[in-house]
Ligand binder design. Structure first.
Ligand code: GLA
Length: 384
């Protein structure tokens, strides 16, 4: 990333330089739509990030500029009514407001942002932005939040200012990522363990369908969460200890089969299977058994496509291409409804797979897909 452009713009707009911070996007190897159910996830921060230059301005407002959109937004931060109309600026606004709700003084500041996490691609560009802003404000104003707290501030921003009832995975990975490791995160307790990820002879390749997803629009993401909560409410009538779907098992789900909506049942069935697949994957990773890891990824895609219904024809097509060209494992990554597939590929198969799959995809949908190699990197940090 050429951060010089951010510095130059900051100087042009505000007359001096500020401090530069970055926070990355994430991949998730397996464990999808499990975070808001209190389950496990296995994400890692990546080498594609958001960057913010920031400096207190001595006013009670924020002056912000999004370099990639060439748009500015100026807004107050004293009242929820000050929320800016631009969604990108609302991420900044939300982080400030959530910090204030926790009793902290957050005076006004100037900010220029830019990023290399593709938007709407399932790589958590929004969490990267929230985490970069949260980390930066925490640092310049010495607010004393821990990294997991900054992650929950980003999550609350999504809930209260964007309208996506997301889980904690994306912000946690962006704040807590560690080079070379995935994070096995228990989303109920936030207990976590770094799992070294160095699949010798394999690489992770992302293919972006370039079908953009916006989890806030259409409300499909929130509906998935509501389905899971409806099942929990029914199970809890007989098992009051069940507070999240994570606490339920297949037997409990079967007991309420006739009482819940069949679609909600199917969503819950996916989730219970996904918890097991993640645990199996962690075992396979310990053994260096990437064939099993890959098989679990394909099974997850099948579930996300048929039972959780967060895939789309373009994503399914790319998964079929992966199978056809000997990819070890592949699935839709992130919230779904578009965005990227994540592919675990043997190094000697990458070139052929990428060539064949992208050509076939373009022929079928008349869209040029984008391909990214990813490397697992550190989470939020100060630069310079
Ligand atoms: C989005 C959300 C996450 C998570 C994933 C699906 O990325 O922000 O909290 O629910 O979808 O696993």
């Amino acid at each position: 990333m050429d951060t010089q452009k951010i510095k130059d713009k900051f100087k042009e707009l505000f007359g001096s330089e500020g401090t530069l911070y970055t926070s990355p996007g994430r991949i998730n190897l397996i464990g999808e739509h499990t975070d808001y159910n209190g389950g496990f996830v296995l994400p890692g921060a990546i080498d594609k990030a958001m960057y913010v230059m920031i400096k207190p301005n001595g006013m009670d407002k924020v002056r912000s500029f999004a370099l990639d959109l060439d748009e500015s937004s100026e807004f107050g931060i004293k009242d929820d009514k000050d929320q800016p109309k631009e969604q990108w600026a609302s991420y900044i606004f939300g982080v400030v407001r959530e910090m204030q709700k926790k009793g902290k003084q957050v005076p006004g500041f100037d900010i220029v942002m830019s990023g290399e996490v593709p938007l709407g691609a399932g790589m958590s560009s929004s969490a990267a932005l929230e985490s970069a802003v949260g980390f930066a404000l925490n640092d310049i104003y010495n607010l004393g939040f821990s990294r997991p707290e900054i992650a929950t501030i980003g999550q609350a921003t999504e809930h209260n200012y964007i309208g996506v009832k997301c889980g904690i995975m994306d912000q946690f990975a962006s704040c807590m990522g560690k080079e070379g490791s995935l994070i096995r995160l228990d989303c109920r307790s936030l207990e976590h363990e770094y799992v070294p990820f160095d699949p010798k002879g394999y690489k992770l390749v992302l293919i972006n369908t370039c079908v953009p997803h916006n989890l806030a629009a259409g409300g499909e993401y929130n509906k998935r969460r509501a389905s899971c909560e409806a099942v929990v409410a029914e199970i809890a009538k007989n098992h009051p200890e069940v507070e999240l779907l994570r606490d339920a098992d297949m037997k409990m789900l079967e007991e309420v089969k006739d009482k819940v909506d069949p679609v909600d049942y199917m969503r819950a069935e996916f989730f219970i299977g996904e918890v097991q697949r993640l645990l199996d994957t962690c075992e396979a990773l310990k053994e260096g058994d990437y064939e099993t890891v890959g098989q679990k990824m394909y099974e997850t895609h099948e579930g996300l496509s048929k039972k959780y219904e967060v895939s789309c024809p373009e994503l399914d097509f790319l998964i079929d291409q992966a199978k056809k060209h000997g990819v070890t494992g592949a699935r839709v990554m992130g919230g779904g409804f578009g965005g990227c597939t994540i592919n675990l590929v043997k190094e000697d198969k990458i070139d052929n797979f990428v060539k064949e799959a992208t050509e076939a995809y373009e022929k079928e949908f008349n869209i040029k897909p984008k391909v990214y190699d990813v490397v697992i990197k550190d989470g939020a940090r100060k630069l310079d």
